[in-house]
Design a protein around this ligand. Structure first.
Ligand code: SF4
Length: 204
């Protein structure tokens, strides 16, 4: 019995210059304001996609060259199961690259996954040096050392990127602090547009 997923989509936007099969997984250890995938986070969605369907798609679809594990938060799942899944995917299609999208709150899981994936997209949601601001954005008490450690573990892999939404509650000075932190890293950083999600129950 392999892994199960809520849904997937084929996208040319998630990984620049590549066609990706993006898999959405349930669960998350954050409760971010304006989360776009809050229904995945609260677990209301059904796991309808079987691993078998995914393996079939990655071995037969000639367009996709990348698999993205997204969510929700993939790292809340059993790391060994994630590793075994990635290995099965790569044995079906050895040319396929794999990226894991993460909030960076489980550096110990990233450390293990690093051996089998081609990169991570790590969110830097607020300045690393400001735990209280990070906690405000993420909707829970955040130990930012864990985000910093994840950034260091992910940095430099071929598909690794760092991402920050232009959250309207962060000041210019705070964005400058984030920029200073990511400028010490090798992988690219993207400051993305912020889109409001009025229905998100975490906007309290
Ligand atoms: S890390 Fe935040 S934005 Fe990402 S899925 Fe979890 S709650 Fe949503």
């Amino acid at each position: 019995m392999g892994m199960r997923f809520v849904s997937y989509t084929i996208s040319s936007k998630d990984v620049p210059g590549r066609w990706s099969l993006v898999l959405f997984m349930k669960g998350c250890n954050f409760r971010c304001r304006h989360c776009h995938n809050w229904r995945l986070v609260t677990g209301d969605e059904k796991d309808d996609i079987t691993e078998r369907e995914v393996l079939c798609e990655v071995s037969s679809n000639p367009v996709t060259d990348t698999l993205v594990l997204s969510g929700g938060e993939p790292t809340v799942h059993n790391p060994q199961k994630l590793i075994d899944f990635v290995l099965r995917v790569k044995s079906k299609n050895p040319l396929l690259k794999v990226r894991v999208d993460t909030n960076g709150y489980a550096p110990q899981v990233l450390e293990k996954l690093r051996e089998v994936v081609d990169g991570f997209a790590v969110d830097i949601k607020s300045p690393i040096g400001r735990s209280s601001r990070y906690s405000y954005t993420a909707g829970r008490k955040v130990d930012t050392i864990r985000i910093r450690d994840s950034a260091y573990i992910a940095d430099g892999l071929p598909l690794t990127i760092f991402r920050t939404p232009k959250y309207p509650w962060l000041t210019e000075g705070e964005f400058a602090e984030i920029e200073e932190f990511v400028s010490s890293l090798r992988s690219p950083w993207y400051l993305n547009e912020f889109y409001e999600v009025p229905s998100c129950p975490f906007n309290v």
